[in-house]
Design a protein around this ligand. Sequence first.
Ligand SMILES: [Zn+2]
Length: 157
Amino acid sequence: MRWWLCPGCGDIQYAHVGSSCRSCGVRLDQAVAFDDALSLALDHPDPGVAAHAARLLAARMPPNATTALRQRARRPGAPAVLAAVAEALGALRDDGSVRELAEMSRTGWLEARCAAVEALAAIGSAAAQVALRDAASDPSEVVRRLARDRLRPLEAP
Ligand SMILES: [Zn+2]
C-alpha cells in the first residue's frame, strides 16, 4: 500500500499498486508529471490541498501554470481556494490574467474578491488599473477601500 495522487481527478488515496481511483475509476499508477498533478489538484475536494497546489504552481511556474490557474479562477469554489488562485495569478504577474481577476473581484466570496484586488495591484498594468478603478466604486466598502489603497501608489507620478 502507498499514497497516490489520482491522475484523473487529483484525489489522494492510500491503495495497492494496480488499484483504480475510488472517486473516478482511473488507474492510480498511471504516470503523471508533478506539475500536471498540481493543476489537477486545483480541483481537489479538500480546499487546503487545492489552495496549496495553487501556491506551488506560482512558486514553480511550469509553462501550464497560468492557464490552469485562469481556468480554475473561472469555476466556483471554496473562498480559500479562489483566494489562493487569485494570489498565485498575482504572483505570476501576467497581464493576460486581468480578465479573470477583474471578474473575481466583482463576484463571489469577499475573501476571494479582496485577493483578486491584491493580484490586480501586483500586476499593475494599464488594464489592471482599469479593473482596480471599477473595484474602487464597488458596492462593498471593504473591496472599495482596498482598491483605492492599492490604486494610489500605481497612479502616483
Ligand atoms: Zn480519481
